[in-house]
Design a protein around this ligand. Structure first.
Ligand SMILES: *[C@@H]1O[C@H](CO)[C@@H](O)[C@H](O)[C@H]1NC(C)=O
Ligand SMILES: *[C@@H]1O[C@H](CO)[C@@H](O)[C@H](O)[C@H]1NC(C)=O
Ligand SMILES: *[C@@H]1O[C@H](CO)[C@@H](O)[C@H](O)[C@H]1NC(C)=O
Ligand SMILES: *[C@@H]1O[C@H](CO)[C@@H](O)[C@H](O)[C@H]1NC(C)=O
Ligand SMILES: *[C@@H]1O[C@H](CO)[C@@H](O)[C@H](O)[C@H]1NC(C)=O
Ligand SMILES: *[C@@H]1O[C@H](CO)[C@@H](O)[C@H](O)[C@H]1NC(C)=O
Length: 551
């Protein structure tokens, strides 16, 4: 395990202001100590590892989302020619507008079941190429846009267990205001979605639609080409942080007012076709501070001169976006990378995985795959270089956190159609990366959630029961992780909330402990949705259990 140290500002989040918001009775009862007050970070020991889960998923997974029912949505595009998995019951898609195959009996979306490593084909009617999405508060996927006949479409998928028959539903009448190809969605506190940008529009809109429908965003109008799939993070104060290319703003989407413009990030462009990735760091303390991390990208020259294979960006920028004079703290990753996915681990550390070390996004535009993921530890501003995979995951690859703590990896296709020859063949294999915390050496401290509520209510106390092989030596943290919609190296809607917890109370006669916590204080901290609730003991997370956060 190689550790690289970088000095950036330390996070100052140790605060108990939250408790002032609580009813006195709860206050007396809970004696809360926020997990963010733990100064020294405990790291899991052991080794990370890779596993091949499935040799052939049938499709190349361009978009991925983990449903609260367990199965994972894999989605490609329709105009890519026949896939390697047939639609069930002799079904075919007869689409005169499809640019490759107007009569196609193969599937372009599947449900992957991580419990059995099997897939079930789904029927997708119109082209979802470079589309966007996000889960609604009730766990239904709302999926938007794409290309050609799909560009203004809205689709839904209400998840079901692995043996179910749920499938995509598409509307011919309820459509987007603008064509959306390479757009970004963000779930809002009221359960609607904010949809921004893409190649065909510099405007944003809401689904369901409101007011005038389409609203221009100056930030995108001024950027031009390098702003597709912009980074959008809902901040705990209810405003949006929007980043495109190298510039970013604090935006009040309810009034259309830009509240703050941030300094330009040093270095390369960070969005398509030069994408790095971005996360909102775990929200904690009294939720007044929020920090954004942007890592990787490609040279501004790279998309225009693919033969030169410019080196990818090696830098990350971290910024306290809630500070009135916010500035970028820059530091280097151990490995340069474009098209890296950033995945928030249950421990609040960030895995940077997939991508390439040279070139840009696009057809055959990158080389030198980045086989080693790295983990970034925000509490100590250090990186660990993780073991390498043998499978290149370049353009159109995906990575998402599973409730069991593994990272599911699929896709990679830098060709116009499925192409199984050449340097980067279309990738149908599905892998999982297991971080250090899953090594069995951590089993003695691994918590297991034995009882948790199905519904977590805003600002209300709830209790979970946790079993542990050995008595805990400190607090057991509780975090909520959203299930994002992942595509093009960016996980739309990814967020994590650390909850304030009580000290673990032994449940007599068992190896179980009771921990009480307070649900997220507001819809702006955690928009209503399904979240994975994790317990963390000594840097080792439990398996997550799905809870629905609602008012
Ligand atoms: C981790 O890997 C190293 C090198 O292969 C090995 O020596 C060590 O025993 C492993 N640790 C665990 C906990 O398995
Ligand atoms: C596909 O649809 C077109 C137009 O509706 C129709 O003419 C054609 O016969 C259909 N093809 C097949 C194979 O069903
Ligand atoms: C989930 O919510 C959406 C939007 O309100 C609605 O259309 C859909 O029917 C709901 N799904 C279920 C399973 O209740
Ligand atoms: C592309 O880069 C190569 C290598 O640096 C250089 O020789 C060539 O002139 C560049 N082409 C263009 C069109 O800039
Ligand atoms: C903003 O900058 C001023 C002057 O550089 C400094 O005194 C102040 O502490 C800063 N405020 C914050 C919130 O960082
Ligand atoms: C659990 O055991 C402790 C110490 O033996 C005792 O003080 C406490 O009252 C017991 N709690 C319950 C709920 O039985």
């Amino acid at each position: 395990m190689e550790v690289c140290s970088h000095v950036v500002q330390r996070r100052l989040a140790c605060t108990q202001v939250l408790f002032l918001l609580l009813a006195p009775a709860i206050l007396l009862q809970l004696q809360l100590v926020g997990p963010s007050c733990v100064e020294a970070q405990s790291l899991a020991s052991g080794n990370a590892s890779w596993a091949l889960l499935l040799e052939n998923a049938g499709i190349a997974c361009m978009h991925m989302a983990v449903t609260y029912m367990g199965p994972v949505i894999f989605l490609d595009r329709t105009d890519i020619g026949p896939s390697q998995i047939a639609l069930p019951n002799g079904r075919c898609r007869n689409d005169s507008q499809d640019q490759t195959d107007t009569y196609d009996c193969s599937a372009h979306s599947v449900m992957f079941d991580p419990a059995t490593n099997t897939v079930r084909p789904l029927y997708i009617a119109t082209d979802t190429w470079c589309s966007s999405g996000q889960f609604l508060p009730n766990g239904t996927m709302l999926q938007t846009g794409g290309y050609n006949d799909g560009v203004q479409k809205i689709r839904w998928l209400s998840p079901c267990p692995a043996d179910g028959t749920c499938d995509w539903v598409e509307s011919d009448t309820n459509v987007l205001q603008a064509g959306r190809w390479y757009a970004t969605n963000q779930l809002l506190p009221d359960g609607s979605q904010f949809i921004l940008g893409g190649q065909y529009s510099n405007a944003y809109e809401f689904v369901p639609a409101n007011g005038a429908g389409l609203y221009n965003l100056e930030l995108l109008s001024s950027q031009g080409y390098f702003d597709w799939y912009p980074f959008v993070h809902l901040l705990p104060d209810g405003n949006l942080y929007i980043f495109a290319n190298r510039d970013s703003i604090l935006f009040d989407y309810q009034t259309g007012v830009v509240l703050q413009s941030y300094p330009t990030i040093p270095g390369e462009p960070r969005n398509y076709p030069c994408a790095g990735s971005s996360v909102l760091l775990a929200l904690d303390g009294d939720y007044t501070d929020a920090e954004v991390l942007v890592c990787g990208g490609a040279s501004i020259m790279a998309p225009g001169n693919v033969s030169a294979q410019y080196p990818a960006s090696q830098t990350c920028g971290q910024i306290v976006v809630t500070s009135p004079n916010a500035s970028w703290a820059m530091f280097e990753m151990p490995i340069r990378r474009n098209m890296g996915d950033m995945v928030m681990l249950p421990t609040s550390d960030i895995l940077i995985i997939n991508g390439a070390q040279n070139g840009a996004q696009g057809w055959d535009a990158a080389t030198n795959a980045a086989f080693n993921p790295v983990t970034y530890y925000p509490d100590t501003s250090t990186f660990v270089v993780e073991p390498a995979t043998t499978i290149a995951r370049v353009y159109h690859s995906t990575a998402s956190l599973l409730p069991d703590g593994r990272i599911l990896i699929a896709g990679s296709n830098c060709h116009l159609t499925y192409t199984f020859t050449g340097e980067f063949p279309t990738e149908l294999r599905v892998e999982a990366f297991s971080p250090e915390y899953l090594d069995p050496v951590n089993d003695p401290v691994r918590p297991q959630i034995t009882t948790a509520p199905e519904i977590v209510t805003y600002n209300s106390a709830f209790t979970v029961e946790i079993s542990l092989a050995t008595a805990p030596t400190g607090n057991i943290g509780l975090t909520l992780s959203s299930a994002p919609f992942t595509t093009h190296s960016y996980s739309q809607g990814q967020r994590q909330i650390k909850l304030p917890v009580t000290a673990p109370a032994p449940i007599n006669g068992t190896n179980a402990y009771s921990v009480s916590a307070i649900g997220p204080i507001s819809e702006t901290v955690a928009p209503p949705s399904y979240y994975m609730l994790f317990a963390i003991n000594n840097g080792v997370p439990s398996t997550g259990v799905w809870v629905n956060v609602q008012s």
